[in-house]
Ligand binder design. Structure first.
Ligand code: UDP
Length: 298
């Protein structure tokens, strides 16, 4: 078992508990550069990419490279090793969707040259090249379209809404809702997602499959939930809505239910409690740490 990361947005601490395992190896490597792994491989899971809009605005070229060049490298590796590969795609392939909820047959509404285009278009290219390796090289490929996911070990200051709100509550700051807060998201607890990923990996279906929790909520309601959960006395303040921020997002998971017998089991109240437990136990200095993505040459 190999974990490979250049830690541009990740943290070694998140996998330290695996280091004592004899069968686990860690490679510090950027998959956008040629990937060499000796010996046999059965499965490759490609999850490398910044995933927070604030991160991918700061490192746009690397975001584009990891899902294009990085995916190409890993598909080549899978082909050489005769391994099955699962790639992490995203609900962002649907852009600011005109169909609601989003099912896998919807082609999306993406602005290629907007600030989010660096992520959305790279992931769309990733799906295209993965499918091409499947049809042309008969490679065993799987594509997970992952919707908003949360849980312990997120980076507190990665800019995504859940760590942003919890960090603000823990520091005694007001909660920053972008825009009027009527935009919606549907949040899936990480353990549920992992179960879905695992089942998809072991399935025999090569088309894209939505994985997420269909329980949809506005960002205003979400902020209220975080205020209640954390017991903070702070209030909600509004900031400018980021360009091309999707107005609504909810996965249609009928396909995953049928194919994988999968649906999320952990509701938001339960998942948020576990996640808040993790964040509130972090050492105080973590709350104030500048947690920028590490700058490398793009
Ligand atoms: N958001 C917000 N306040 C924040 C961070 C995010 O209101 O401090 C909003 C953001 O504009 C979006 C939603 O929360 O509508 C989810 O944002 P996130 O960055 O978590 O991911 P996205 O789903 O947009 O990829």
């Amino acid at each position: 078992m190999i974990g490979m990361d250049n830690l541009i947005t990740g943290d070694k601490k998140n996998i330290e508990h695996l280091f004592h395992l004899e069968q686990f190896e860690y490679y510090h490597h950027d998959v956008s550069k040629h990937v060499h792994v000796p010996g046999e491989l059965d499965y490759i899971l490609h999850f490398a990419s910044p995933a927070s809009p604030i991160d991918y605005l700061k490192i746009p070229i690397q975001t584009l490279k990891v899902s294009s060049l990085g995916t190409h490298n890993l598909l080549g590796l899978a082909k050489a090793k005769k391994a099955r590969i699962l790639v992490a795609s995203t609900s962002e392939v649907y852009g600011d969707p005109l169909v609601h909820p989003q099912n896998e047959n919807y082609w999306g509404n993406v602005n290629p040259v907007g600030p989010r285009g660096v992520y959305d278009e790279a992931k769309r290219f990733q799906e295209a090249i993965t499918m091409a390796y499947h049809t042309y090289h008969q490679l065993e490929t799987r594509i997970a379209r992952i919707f908003n996911t949360y849980g312990p070990r997120m980076r507190l200051n990665d800019g995504r809404v859940l760590p942003a709100f919890i960090g603000q509550a823990l520091r005694g700051e007001d909660l920053t809702v972008f825009g009027d807060g009527t935009q919606t998201r549907s949040f899936c607890f990480v353990d549920d997602l992992i179960e879905g990923i695992y089942r998809l990996l072991l399935s025999d279906y090569a088309g894209p499959v939505n994985l997420g929790n269909p329980d949809e909520i506005t960002i205003n309601e979400f902020a209220e939930e975080i205020i209640k959960l954390t017991g903070t006395n702070q209030k909600i303040i509004h900031k400018t809505l980021p360009v091309d921020d999707p107005q609504q997002r909810q996965p249609d998971i009928a396909l995953a239910k049928k194919l994988l017998g999968w649906e999320p089991k952990i509701n938001r109240a339960e998942g948020l409690k576990i996640t808040y437990g993790y964040f509130s136990a972090l050492p105080k200095e973590e709350l104030y740490k500048s947690n920028e993505p590490r700058q490398f040459t793009q």
